[in-house]
Ligand binder design. Structure first.
Ligand code: F58
Length: 835
């Protein structure tokens, strides 16, 4: 009415009730105790670590809510252009430690928690990872949220609130991967989210779409499902700005079908409500394969539809005409998973807002941006047309219309080039026909980017070559990935962080947000005292990892050995197989040495960790080989001081935080041209680990930054790969001829040295037969590179210098740099500081 007075009642009384963030130890402990007593309904005398963690987390949550509220209010008032990051995965890991560090309250909390009789480290261990992602793509999204908030950019994430995250991995005594569900929310309330039961949208599936005049259509019938918002608070580092990650949960629109219920058909009555709840029940655990499953497509549409409805509603509140939509909204597609945002926005504009096709298409193509994360053919999403027609009849019409106009334009530019039309069409011919999501994402977007220089070049010259020729090169660019130095240095390696601050004589709040400052460490590589401190920290991190292995697996790790780490999803293209075959080669070589020769050998501990997609047979066999090779090698008294191997089960963000700071050398050994970027390579190098790798993905830019003499490269280069594959296919040469040392290793495996050799036959055959990932071709140079690593490690002082120089040159790989590139060159958004 305009007459209402806010706040209601007495303003002074309200203001007296306002609280601010607790920054002093007494108010922090008071708040924790209060949560123990009231929120948890527990008492001091029987409180365990879990209870203490929960109370402390609730106390931090209160602070986050204050900042989050203020940020959201500020953004609404200022109404700046905003960017929305649509990702089906956000691999956030734990929040407590990260929130404390970003708020700058860790030490106060530590003191308070100690006063209350608990230990900070023990409480941190109580938190479960939020593992709503498979790997690199999901973790990148999490790093970008951290950077957006830290750089005070008005960016929201949109994703799904899966009941079950990535499965938990168990390893049987035979080395078999077993999967268990990850009911991460089962422990009760999640303190880091705010249920917004008032923010809901209806999402339709199936039904019929009837074309109306003027290009519009009426989509009705089918199933309607409710999307409910859960907001996850994302605090920036040393800023009040606390951004939002909105995750949708599916719910039935009505509790159950009353007609069936009244007719006594209870099963049918709850059927549709069960199917609604199923949409967000589980994260698909496949990386790099698409399955064409209806539930996955339902997830994708459910999430894009709810997110767009929310974005459009927020835009409408500003009161501008739709022609201004791209001035207020940028939508970033994290891979093709949210590509339905393109036809969905068209549907909203045309059918609901009655905007003509041409204008609607202009709005869409000025709003949407697409990042590609892979050129592997099996990972490029395609959806069967019959499935799309059934589930999303109106969207299929729109896609056909987009395709028609698009192909007309292509025909105009390249008259009579039918092959080109077939290659570029949104619809791939076949039985069934399929919609090519990368093509749709490309033509519906303002900009398309890859995630490292080489990868972006491959996108331009392979999968989207025709599109570059058609639209010109300026739409296609590169944003090299980055990682947040908050989690991946300050949080996981606090001693190194402290040493850096002390050495640079600045507070960490400075260099953590301006990572190029690390360059100033370079001269200290020449300072023997500094090197000693540097090496001592690496040593303590190795001991921390050894302690972790001791307490979780009961195994004793030799912390005086070189720590060699490969941790990532199991995949043939990432070539964990090359690594384990190299380990076996090393073992065989050691066995042949005399005692005197062995004395000169560098002891090495090799760590593996990573999950295989549950249906990925060859990847699971690789795990099996690693586990069984480890069992035999670790038990050999002749060699075990010089070589041991560990497969650490259930790889996670939290485990990575322990492994990465402890590594001397890490392996990033994909077949050239297959790993789009890689991001763990950046994390290792930021923590002073050196890298052995192929000339692939971001390895190349890391080498450029830190100097090629600080990286151990090997293997064939991308341009050679295609020819080599052709040779393997059509002019195969037996492994025995091509690479005798590898043949020997394969024979040992086949002969049963690591348990029943027959079991590994299918894995060995991938190499003996087409060898698509070129293990045979790269094996010898790989062994050579590892020998160089050994050689380099002998000179301890020189190695530490390399380590220091590597960290010092990693500034470019901060996700702050990456997100600012998106903000400036793509989204055209600016920081909005909350005072
Ligand atoms: C990864 N992709 C790339 N996809 O493989 C890696 O090189 C890159 O550094 C990273 O993205 C970030 O750009 C990736 O993780 C997935 O996990 C998808 C999950 C859903 C199905 C398709 C693969």
């Amino acid at each position: 009415s305009g007459k209402e007075k806010w706040p209601r009642g007495d303003e002074k009384t309200w203001k007296e009730g306002f609280r601010s963030v607790n920054t002093e130890v007494p108010s922090i402990t008071k708040s924790i105790v209060n949560h123990v007593q009231t929120s948890l309904a527990r008492q001091a005398y029987n409180l365990d670590d879990l209870g203490a963690y929960q109370a402390a987390a609730l106390s931090v949550r209160d602070d986050l809510i204050l900042n989050w509220n203020e940020t959201q209010m500020h953004y609404t008032r200022k109404a700046p252009k905003r960017a929305y990051y649509l990702s089906l995965e956000f691999l956030m890991g734990r929040t407590f430690d990260n929130a404390l560090l970003n708020l700058g309250l860790k030490e106060q909390y530590r003191e308070g928690i100690t006063k209350l009789g608990f230990n900070m480290e023990d409480l941190l261990e109580q938190e479960r990872d939020a593992a709503l992602g498979n790997g690199g793509l999901g973790r990148l999204a999490a790093c970008y949220l951290d950077s957006s908030a830290s750089q005070e950019l008005p960016v929201w994430g949109y994703g799904l609130r899966y009941q079950y995250g990535i499965f938990q991995q168990l390893i049987s005594p035979e080395g078999q991967q077993l999967e268990q569900p990850d009911p991460w929310l089962a422990g009760g309330e999640n303190p880091w989210e705010l249920p917004r039961l008032d923010v809901t949208y209806e999402v339709r599936f199936y039904g019929t779409a009837e074309r109306l005049p003027e290009g519009r259509a009426l989509w009705q019938g089918g199933q309607e499902v409710l999307a409910v918002a859960y907001d996850v608070m994302v605090p920036g580092c040393y800023t009040k700005n606390t951004n939002n990650l909105r995750l949708w949960e599916s719910k039935p629109k009505r509790g159950f079908d009353l007609n069936s219920f009244n007719a006594g058909d209870y099963e049918h009555a709850v059927e549709s409500s069960n199917s609604a709840a199923a949409i967000t029940s589980v994260l698909y655990p496949n990386d790099h394969t698409t399955f064409g499953k209806e539930l996955r497509l339902k997830q994708q549409y459910f999430w894009t539809a709810a997110s767009l409805a929310d974005i459009v509603r927020r835009f409408k509140n500003i009161g501008k005409p739709f022609s201004a939509f791209p001035d207020y909204v940028a939508i970033q597609l994290n891979d093709t998973h949210p590509t339905l945002a393109i036809p969905e926005l068209m549907r909203i504009l045309i059918d609901e807002e009655e905007i003509p096709w041409g204008k609607a298409w202009d709005i869409v193509t000025n709003t949407v941006f697409y990042t590609n994360h892979t050129v592997l053919p099996e990972a490029l999403e395609k959806w069967p047309v019959p499935l799309m027609e059934h589930l999303l009849p109106r969207h299929m019409q729109i896609i056909y219309d987009i395709n028609l106009f698009f192909l007309q334009a292509v025909e105009k530019k390249f008259p009579g080039d039918r092959d080109r039309l077939a290659r570029m069409s949104l619809i791939e011919e076949g039985f069934p026909k399929q919609v090519r999501m990368a093509h749709l994402a490309c033509i519906g977007s303002r900009k398309v980017n890859g995630v490292a220089e080489l990868h972006s070049e491959l996108v331009r010259t392979t999968i989207l070559k025709d599109f570059v020729e058609f639209e010109g090169p300026s739409k296609f660019s590169n944003v090299t990935n980055g990682i947040t130095p908050r989690r991946w240095l300050d949080q996981c390696n606090p001693e190194l962080s402290a040493l850096i601050s002390k050495t640079l004589k600045v507070d960490k709040s400075v260099w953590l947000k301006d990572l190029d400052k690390l360059k100033e460490l370079l001269p200290y590589a020449e300072d023997a005292g500094f090197r000693k401190e540097w090496a001592a920290i690496k040593q303590r991190n190795k001991e921390r990892l050894a302690h972790h292995v001791q307490t979780t697996l009961g195994l004793t790790v030799n912390t005086h050995a070189m720590f060699d780490v490969q941790i990532k999803r199991l995949h043939e293209y990432k070539r964990q197989t090359l690594n384990i075959l190299g380990v076996i080669h090393r073992y065989l070589t050691l066995k042949q040495m005399t005692a005197a020769e062995r004395k000169k050998v560098n002891p090495r501990v090799v760590f593996f960790a990573g999950k295989a997609a549950p249906g990925y047979y060859i990847a699971k066999l690789t795990i099996r080989l690693i586990v069984n090779a480890a069992r035999i090698i670790n038990a050999d008294p002749e060699t075990r001081d010089l070589l041991t191997v560990y497969f650490l089960p259930d790889y996670s963000v939290s485990l990575a935080e322990v492994l990465i700071p402890a590594s001397d050398i890490s392996q990033h050994i994909s077949t050239a041209g297959t790993e789009a970027s890689g991001t763990s390579n950046m994390k290792f190098c930021l923590n002073g680990g050196l890298l052995v790798g192929t000339v692939d993905g971001a390895n190349i830019e890391i080498a450029e930054a830190v100097g090629e003499n600080n990286v151990f490269f090997f293997g064939h280069l991308t341009p050679a790969v295609e020819d080599l594959r052709y040779q393997h296919m059509y002019h195969p040469v037996p492994v025995e001829e091509k690479c005798p040392p590898l043949a020997k290793v394969l024979d040992c495996v086949a002969s049963g040295m690591f348990g029943d050799g027959g079991v590994y036959e299918p894995l060995l055959n991938t190499i003996r037969q087409h060898d698509y990932y070129l293990i045979t071709e790269d094996f010898e140079s790989y062994i050579g590179a590892l020998a160089m690593v050994d050689q380099a490690y002998l000179d301890k002082e020189e190695w530490i210098k390399k380590s220091i120089r590597t960290t010092a040159n990693m500034g470019k790989f901060s996700s702050d740099r990456a997100i600012l590139e998106y903000a400036e060159s793509f989204w055209n958004i600016e920081p909005v500081k909350v005072a």
